[in-house]
Design a binder for this molecule. Structure first.
Ligand code: GAL
Length: 822
């Protein structure tokens, strides 16, 4: 008997260890996505691997799994992997295979959007700039040079994932792949060539022979068997794939929005995201992907643009640092559970839709074999609450802009507007180790460029991408101009540029800088000229290359064509555009890698006279990592614009002097009415503050001993307020209706220290300012204290039995509100 048991155990273990290599068959038919022949309902979320660190991936993926996702989606970022033609990089957080294996190890599927055009607010949409400089190339159209490069990279990625057995039929996690990205949105201007291109994309993808379906998002005319999918804030009754075989899939449900320098934060409420998801499945959807589930950080110079911040938090269910963004994460988790519990019924696709009244719809899904049913009841009125009488099945109250899921069509198990998940109030605290920062500094060596010495010369004003191949944000344009007595001494230097920022130096002195977010600007500053030769050095700066639109790749950068002019009184003009211009790519400090502490640098750093508000300055300090596991950020308040590195790892560009302002005609507000269609101009906050004040320092960049922070300050800043902080969940607030379960948790290993507020009855106010209502159960506080204090998390059934009688009016729906300190 014992022997048999052992044998069975061995067999069981063998099967377990073999299971990852079992092939998964992925196909589709009759609007269903079939995994091993079974129709499925799937939740997926975007986590872009280069926007975090390899060390963060397992935790992010685990949190996605706990949040109820089946799959992780990512783009592949061509320009990161092939920075120089045929020179590849798959190291560190570019280790795509390691990322996909981490997804697999967590037991999740993967969706790989190879593109290789990504968009994604990623520099140049993911295209390498060398591609722009290939003779005869035309992007995203029927052009041989482009198609050869696109096919070369696509094939490289496909071969890599095949070799690593990462495709589902090989036992790997990848169930879907994408070619191109939203070409349908912008293809009009490409005309016939664009039509031919999309046919070619489909053929090329098919020829890769990967044994799983390909999708093309926002591509109504997607050639078969490509599945066209939708992207947007909503995707419901208005969207149908272009072939009855294709499953209805939503590749991008935007959970928030990205931030631009000078623009405010975006908030998309959990209630609205949940409604959008509910409506998608109500309308027959089978797979939806949150874009983003974790947004993360645009490290290095990876942010697109122009003018996209380093933070790519996106108001996603996991915040930039990987902490849960509550209540969004939890409210969606609950929704996933409810929808998943009805998966068998939903995939039958036996459904009837009934319009109860305008904007109120009842959809009944039935499993004909078992008779089981589930109903989705939606009220998409912007502000009209309704009570729907389903007769024998009951009466249901639906707040405006909400959807209820009714188990067996007679029991409300979820309403998108009723959030029972805790809210987490996060705070940033100064580092818990000796936090005084001692700085050293040195100037950016400008000797050569202020003298006009570059590495190449020509008699024209060149385009920046073509000249610098995006090796740096910085490109110097330098010229000499001879001035005789006939030209006025006091003049204006006028530069017409398509760059994002411009600094100008005349005769070795900085005369000023300017920037503008749009497609270029005119720089004008007074100058004093000397008789004879004058030196003009212009530093043109990019802040992320454009990533979206028809022909976006051709948007010019830099002082291309100018004109650059000197204008004296009476409008006497000297046009310098056809002068001899000398060029130099990048800063000397970048070239010498001042940010790398392991290299010894000839020009010594000094602690003497730390400058304030000095442009073109390098600063360095050492610091100890804050203790604990909480995410670390640098508060850059007081600094101007530049780039930051910790232990040689780039944290990205900083620009805290860019103050957030709502676009004209809009404003910021403390409250956000989630009702009504969301768009990227709704629910703004953070006006009047820096668009980005804090910059993430992933824990894996830090060591236990001394760490080095290097800043390059381009415009001028004051270090006085720069300091390290940690992000902690300070308070956890719960607000749950009777009959539900309230879960409270602190993150990062912290425990609940006190219960500041507890009321089971009709509590008023919101997290941070709760007030007791007219009734309460006597034991509420003590029950909570017992269940939660000293614990990382706790769970309470919200029932009268738990707390004792509340003495509430019989008609009052009872709720439990709690505020706990972490
Ligand atoms: C979509 C695009 C994504 C991302 C998103 C906005 O159009 O496909 O890559 O750019 O917009 O965040």
């Amino acid at each position: 008997m014992g022997l048999w048991r052992d044998k069975l155990l061995v067999l069981g273990l063998t099967l377990l260890s073999l299971s990852p290599s079992w092939a998964t068959d992925v196909s589709f038919d009759k609007g269903q996505l079939l995994i091993n022949g079974e129709p499925r309902i799937m939740f997926s979320g975007s986590i872009h691997y280069p926007r975090s660190t390899a060390e963060m991936w397992p935790d992010l993926i685990q949190k996605a799994k706990e949040g109820g996702l089946d799959a992780i989606e990512t783009y592949v970022f061509w320009n990161a992997h092939e920075p120089y033609r045929r020179e590849y990089n798959f190291e560190g957080n570019l280790d795509l295979v390691r990322f996909l294996k981490a997804v697999q190890e967590a037991g999740l599927y993967a969706i790989l959007r190879i593109g290789p055009y990504a968009c994604a607010e990623w520099n140049y949409g993911g295209f390498p700039v060398w591609l722009h400089n290939l003779p005869g190339v035309k992007f995203r159209t029927d052009n041989q040079v482009f198609k050869d490069e696109m096919q070369n990279f696509t094939t490289l990625i496909v071969d890599m994932i095949k070799k690593e057995k990462l495709l589902a039929p090989q036992g790997g996690p990848i169930i879907l792949t994408q070619i191109e990205n939203e070409y349908g949105n912008i293809m009009g201007p490409y005309g016939e060539e664009g039509q031919r291109y999309i046919q070619w994309c489909a053929k090329m993808a098919e020829s890769q022979n990967i044994g799983i379906p390909w999708v093309m998002c926002q591509q109504e005319n997607a050639p078969q068997p490509m599945i066209n999918t939708c992207n947007g804030f909503y995707c419901d009754f208005g969207f149908k794939p272009n072939n009855p075989k294709s499953p209805k899939m939503w590749t991008e449900n935007w959970t928030g929005w990205f931030i631009g320098w000078g623009l405010p934060f975006h908030h998309r409420a959990a209630e609205d995201v949940a409604l959008a998801v509910g409506r998608f499945f109500q309308s027959g959807g089978v797979l939806q992907n949150y874009y983003m589930y974790h947004g993360g950080t645009n490290f290095g110079r990876s942010s697109g643009g122009p003018y996209i911040t380093t933070s790519y938090d996106y108001d996603a269910p996991l915040d930039e640092y990987g902490l849960l963004n509550q209540p969004k994460w939890g409210h969606l988790k609950r929704l996933h559970e409810v929808i998943k519990s009805a998966e068998k019924i939903l995939v039958q696709q036996s459904v009837t839709h009934k319009d109860i009244e305008s904007n109120v719809k009842l959809s009944t899904f039935t499993d004909n074999s078992t008779g089981n049913s589930i109903c989705f009841l939606s009220n998409v009125n912007n502000n009209k609450d309704v009570t729907v009488d389903l007769q024998n099945n009951g009466k249901f109250f639906l707040p405006a802009w909400s959807l209820s899921i009714l188990a067996d069509c007679n029991k409300e198990v979820y309403n998108t507007a009723k959030v029972s998940t805790q809210i987490s109030l996060k705070t940033k605290k100064p580092s818990n180790v000796d936090s005084e920062l001692n700085w050293v500094w040195k100037p950016e060596p400008l000797k050569d460029t202020l003298k006009g010495k570059g590495s190449s010369t020509t008699n024209q004003l060149l385009e920046q991408k073509a000249t610098a191949t995006d090796a740096s944000d910085y490109l110097w344009y330098m010229t000499r101009v001879k001035v005789d007595a006939s030209f006025p001494k006091h003049a204006i230097l006028r530069v017409n540029t398509t760059g994002s920022v411009l600094h100008a130096f005349v005769n070795k002195k900085q005369i000023g800088y300017e920037w503008q977010s749009g497609g270029g600007f005119v720089f004008e500053k007074p100058v004093i000229l000397k008789k004879g030769v004058n030196l003009i050095s212009l530093l043109s700066i990019t802040v992320g290359l454009k990533n979206y639109g028809s022909f976006f790749d051709l948007a010019p950068n830099g002082i291309v064509g100018g004109p650059v002019q000197l204008i004296g009184s009476g409008n006497v003009t000297k046009d310098l555009s056809l002068n001899e211009w000398s060029y130099k790519i990048g800063l000397n400090g970048e070239k010498k890698q001042f940010y790398d502490n392991n290299l010894s640098h000839k020009n010594k750093w000094t602690s003497e006279g730390i400058p304030i508000n000095r442009s073109m300055t390098w600063y360095k300090t050492t610091f100890k990592a804050p203790l604990g596991r909480n995410p670390v950020v640098i508060d850059m308040q007081g600094m101007g614009k530049g780039h930051a590195w910790v232990n040689g790892h780039s944290l990205g560009r900083f620009w805290p002097t860019m103050i957030a302002q709502a676009p004209q005609g809009y404003s910021c507000s403390d409250t956000c009415d989630y009702r009504g269609n969301y768009n990227d101009h709704k629910c703004f906050s953070n006006c009047g503050n820096p668009s980005q004040r804090w910059y993430h320092v992933p824990r894996s960049f830090l060591n236990d001993e001394d760490n080095t922070l290097v800043l390059f300050e381009e415009m001028g800043g004051n270090l006085a307020k720069v300091n390290f902080q940690t992000v902690t969940v300070e308070k956890a607030c719960g607000n749950a209706y009777e009959g539900s379960t309230l879960e409270l948790s602190c993150q990062g290993g912290q425990t609940i220290s006190t219960i500041e507020f507890a009321n089971f009855g009709d509590p008023q106010g919101k997290c941070g300012s709760f007030k007791k209502g007219s009734c309460d159960a006597t034991n509420t506080l003590s029950v909570l204290e017992k269940a939660c204090v000293g614990k990382e998390s706790c769970s309470i059934n919200v029932l009268e039995e738990t707390f004792g009688s509340s003495n509430c009016n019989i008609n009052t729906p009872k709720r439990l509100a709690v505020q706990a300190v972490c």
